[in-house]
Design a protein around this ligand. Sequence first.
Ligand code: PMP
Length: 309
Amino acid sequence: MANTAEYIWFNGEMMPWGDAKVHVLTHAMHYGTSVFEGIRCYDTPKGPAVFRHKEHMDRLLNSAKIYRFPIPYNSDELMETCRETLRANKLRSAYIRPLAFVGNVGLGVCPPEGTEMEVIVAAFPWGSYLGEEALESGVDAMISSWHRAAPNTIPTAAKAGGNYLSSLLVGGEARRHGYAEGIALSVDGYLSEGAGENLFVVRGNILSTPPTTSAILPGITRDSVMTLAAELGYEVREENIAREALYLADEIFMTGTAAEIVPVRSVDRITIGEGKRGPITEAIQSAYFGLFNGTTEDKWGWLDYVYPE
Ligand code: PMP
């Protein structure tokens, strides 16, 4: 079933969900000219709070900057729009989807100079992307036969609509073969990321994650986990990771706003570690979810309260 809520914000107006429509000649539908975010609001003991709201909005603006598409709102305005959308829909926990796109400006790949993007913000209830059960039991993943885009082709630091054709190939192939998720390598054969998640490989007390040069989206959950892991006393490394290092890992987990923190119990049918969630993954999960249930102190000001006192 489609994700729904009562209202959606569209170009400055809060309107009924069903009224937020575009023309079939919308540029973004033809050429993938959109940038977007996926953000979560959690129902914390101090009220609903948007996680790392500012970082998500800054990434949205940076995605647009890479493509030289002006977004007619700044980060603060976009954040207030998200809070308003949550309030209008009376949501306490939600997935938030801000999207900026090139509208019906006529065909031709390059939009007219100075074309401003249209902007929507949707918010709706959405459970963990790979399923609640996966958070504990872990998932089976495969290395995709599809690679990520080469450097200087499609920039992976931009969270742009068109990039998700790559994710569709990676994730779709995996699902057709009976796996929960696909993992892609970069063109030089190092680990890159999951179809919609970053990756962490654990060996001993060391957590390794592919660097931004391995065609990844610089994930905000990835950044949060790196901070929390260092706080818990683990060594964290951003480094090139070979495919076989996955098979020999003690633990692997994936991170993303939608997926949250998901253990990987096998890759290409090779059992990882004990074949179930490992102790370090569990410690990281509990530090992460602790931010939302109040057991981890938010030392970094990562929570943006929807109803400030
Ligand atoms: N990589 C890709 C391709 C993604 O789509 C996502 C989800 N936005 C991530 C990584 C994880 O990023 P984040 O933690 O910021 O949600």
